[in-house]
Design a protein around this ligand. Sequence first.
Ligand code: NAI
Ligand code: OAA
Length: 332
Amino acid sequence: MHVAIIGGASTIGTTVAYTLSGLAPRLDVSLVDINDGAAWAHGTDIEHASYHFAHAPGADEGHDSETAGSVRSATPEEIAELDPDLLIFNAAAPQPDDATDPSAREAELERNRSIVEDVAESLRPLDPTPLLVVTNPIDRLVYDFYSLLGWPRRYFLGYSLSETARIADGIADLVDAHRTDVYCPTMGEHGEHMIPVFSRARVDGEPIDVTDAERAELMAYVRDIPFEIAEERGVDETSRWVTSAGVSRVVRTMAAAADDSSVDGTGVEADGGDWTFCLSTPLDGEYGLEDVALGVPVDLDADGVAAIHEWDLDDAEAAELERAAESVQADL
Ligand SMILES: NC(=O)C1=CN([C@@H]2O[C@H](COP(=O)(O)OP(=O)(O)OC[C@H]3O[C@@H](n4cnc5c(N)ncnc54)[C@H](O)[C@@H]3O)[C@@H](O)[C@H]2O)C=CC1
Ligand SMILES: O=C([O-])CC(=O)C(=O)O
């Protein structure tokens, strides 16, 4: 499988490439960036890193010379020749130094929209290819790409899984559990209108009771923590670690579906049905919504979204989802 990361010299793009080279060494990765020197330098450095991944005790056999993939660089003009199986869109305009509050994602819209238009032009010669948007604001940009390229909507995905990891941490503190035993999916917008689906939250597989006050506290934690991190590290250092782990999880899920001949078009549910994850994708009637992209529970296959689940939401969650749709639609 060949993954092309557009904006491949970015903080997130390089961290995704490094993470994949350790955890999914069979993949071929291309770092596609207008800054071709930086893309080449990161690609070369990561290829050197793969030498140590291959020789450490317990190294996966995917690192051996028969199966190992590569990390290369390319310019945006070369995308069509790369013939990728999966595109990750991570290109962005530089952030202002004060972009450290929750309005920062939406403030990126106009700056990044013109990059989306340029990149969509360079993708036009490709056959429909799954495209995972990481650049903010993801829901609006997923829908922009979908409108500009006109490929079937299953090819368009937006990454918002970091929130699931953050809320697991918040709930783990609340109930004195380990974060890896906690599951609470988040739907809606990647931003102010993010919706933790408490009605499906589980700790050790069991439902949990969360009071209104605790919900509000958890929401505030998930909303603010990436910006507290950016404030301490600088806006060039967004939440690269959780984001690259989550993006790699999506890529590895799609690669597993591509490799698994038992996947018959119904897709794979991430880590089994109890841990289904939510990604942003254009809606066409699901949850009573259309002409908008929002985070919803999906099954994935090698071509993107194989199925969208329509969960029974409680009244508050359903009302929040409508508010999220209105917020995104106002900008489309
Ligand atoms: N969805 C999520 O959970 C997260 C999203 N983000 C978003 O990811 C985006 C990228 O963030 P960083 O990695 O910090 O960016 P960065 O500022 O480190 O890098 C952006 C890269 O895009 C490249 N670029 C600009 N125009 C291009 C074009 N037309 N074609 C190819 N490359 C181009 C630049 O040369 C640069 O290498 C931002 O919008 C940020 O808000 C960041 C963290 C988490
Ligand atoms: O806005 C940012 O830079 C980071 C972001 O989306 C996240 O970490 O969830």
